[in-house]
Design a protein around this ligand. Structure first.
Ligand code: SAH
Ligand code: MG
Length: 199
């Protein structure tokens, strides 16, 4: 039932050009969630709810809050979450993530929204991270483009990729956090508070 639902979502995403996580990337993330006993997740960028549903299915006591600014995608996500019977554990918020403030603290904050805004998302939601929590960022390779920015001819694309590279530098040089970069999927970064890296 849930598997059928996920398959349909993968098809819908492909047909409608919705950039859901790559299979290898989401599987890696789900395994990470399982191994590290992550229970409370905040996601920035729901799209149609694919990654939120995948993460919630890792364990019965996982709860996900996910923010999406595009109304059509939000509506599609609401439908999908109902179909998968996960409405008790996945809460969706229709808003620009930078226009709202949340009170709760989370084990994991998953950033997978506008690529040019990652530094802003990080700074805005850092306060919502538990001390032993992690921040996960998707698309750090951006289809392999982050290595050769100068060769990108399209100006908008070059600017976007430059911003992703700025974010990578921001993570590498952050005084309070350490980051590990994984070449899985479209590139995933996992960021820990510095004093917590070995716990
Ligand atoms: N995590 C999803 C894919 C998200 S795609 C999955 O893997 O299934 C990125 C989504 O982020 C898009 O749907 C886009 O509308 C949304 N988005 C981009 N910027 C945003 C912002 N500032 N606030 C909320 N959502 C945003
Ligand atoms: Mg992504």
């Amino acid at each position: 039932m849930q598997n059928d639902c996920l398959k349909e979502m993968e098809k819908y995403a492909e047909e409608n050009n919705i950039p859901i996580m790559e299979k290898k990337g989401i599987n890696f993330l789900c395994e990470f969630i399982r191994k590290n006993d992550i229970k409370k997740i905040l996601e920035i960028g729901t799209a149609i709810g694919y990654s939120a549903i995948k993460m919630a299915l890792v364990d019965d006591d996982i709860n996900v809050v996910s923010i999406e600014r595009n109304q059509d995608r939000y509506i599609e996500a609401v439908k999908n979450i109902k179909k998968c019977k996960l409405e008790d554990r996945i809460t969706l918020i229709l808003s620009d993530a930078l226009n709202i403030d949340l009170e709760d603290k989370y084990d994991m904050i998953f950033i997978d929204a506008a690529k040019g805004q990652y530094i802003n998302f990080f700074n805005h939601y850092e306060k919502n991270l538990l001390d032993d929590g992690i921040i996960v960022s998707d698309n750090m390779n951006f289809h392999g483009l982050t290595k050769d920015v100068d060769k990108i001819e399209n100006k908008n694309l070059r600017q976007l990729v430059t911003k992703i590279n700025d974010y990578i530098e921001f993570l590498k040089n952050h005084e309070k956090y350490d980051t590990k970069f994984y070449k899985v999927g479209d590139g995933i970064a996992i960021t820990y508070k510095k004093d917590m890296i070995n716990v």
